[in-house]
Design a protein around this ligand. Structure first.
Ligand code: UDH
Ligand code: MN
Length: 290
């Protein structure tokens, strides 16, 4: 038996399960909006094997992978991580954060980055819960538990950017908790939404098609601070989003988690697992012409 295996077995036998309600969970979140770099974060937070954080003294009921679609938002990422790590530690979560960074050049594709991030996460370890997380949203409520439930859970129901309300009925954009098996059942996100808009509604249609009724955080629990930004250079509004949405359900089986055309490299940065995702642009250019 390897040392790691022995240690794991030992922990499993000795550690009690973490309580549903962690100690001090009702202390309010104190947002920290000071700029901080990934290097500084690596110094601030001790290194963890496999970039995995585990609660001290107890065993968490779930193994969480947080997946952040990302490009060109360094400042947002530093600030998010500096808030998210203590937030998840307080929740006694067992978590690894995957940053799915789209390689430079070309138009941003949020759905494809999320699929690539989930793919890499599920290859890396046996996670039991996925949280899809935008880089600019910071949770404001301590007991907004990043845990999976029976149904997918929409977390960011009260985004400051939308006046702390849902922008429209059926909105599932921003942050969502979903199990790997649910995510696989709906074949993840569509890979075809280049540019801003539509991929989240497409994802909503996928869940509805499989009878996965999304549960929602209350407007108190689901409060998020929104880091401000303008339009990103590499992410113009997608003029084709409504055409794509019109055929969302028909495409579900052939366009999704099982058919990403990307090349992903993995780098362990101790606070996060950084994925660099290069899109096969020629493949997607051909798909778009069809
Ligand atoms: N993202 C990046 N880099 C980009 C674009 C998007 O990292 O260049 C990621 C990031 O995680 C971000 C998420 O994708 O939080 C969603 O993109 P967004 O923040 O642009 O989406 P939002 O809903 O749209 O905030 C704001 C765009 C304003 C256009 C409004 C038109 N009605
Ligand atoms: Mn945003």
């Amino acid at each position: 038996m390897t040392k790691a295996t022995t240690e794991r077995l030992f922990n499993m036998m000795l550690l009690p399960t973490c309580p549903d309600k962690p100690p001090n969970i009702l202390e309010p979140v104190k947002l920290n909006l000071t700029n901080i770099s990934l290097d500084e974060l690596q110094t601030k937070y001790p290194s963890h094997p496999g970039d995995r954080y585990r609660p001290e003294g107890c065993r968490s009921g779930q193994r969480l992978a947080v997946v952040i679609p990302y490009r060109d938002r360094k400042q947002h990422l530093g600030i998010l991580l500096n808030n998210l790590i203590p937030f998840l530690k307080k929740q006694q979560a067992d978590f690894t954060i995957f940053v799915a960074e789209q390689a430079p050049g070309g138009t941003f594709n949020r759905g494809l980055m999320i699929n690539a991030g989930v793919e890499a996460a599920l290859e890396a370890d046996n996670f039991t819960c996925l949280v899809i997380h935008d880089v600019d949203l910071i949770p404001e409520t301590s007991d907004n538990y990043y845990r999976c439930r029976k149904k997918p859970l929409h977390l960011s129901t009260a985004n400051a950017k939308f006046d702390y309300k849902l922008p429209y009925q059926g909105y599932v954009g921003g942050n969502i908790a979903i199990t790997p098996s649910q995510y696989k059942r709906i074949n993840g996100f569509s890979n075809l939404y280049f540019g801003w808009g539509g991929e989240d509604d497409d994802f909503g249609q996928r869940m509805a098609t499989f009878g996965l009724r999304v549960e929602r955080n209350t407007h108190v629990t689901g409060r998020y601070y929104a880091q401000s930004h303008g339009k990103d250079k590499g992410n113009p509004i997608n003029p084709k989003r409504n055409i794509l949405l019109g055929k969302a359900v028909g495409r579900l089986k052939t366009d999704g988690l099982l058919s990403t055309h990307v090349n992903t490299t993995v780098s362990h940065r101790s606070v996060v697992t950084l994925l660099t995702v290069s899109i096969d642009t020629q493949f997607y250019a051909r798909t778009a012409r069809r």
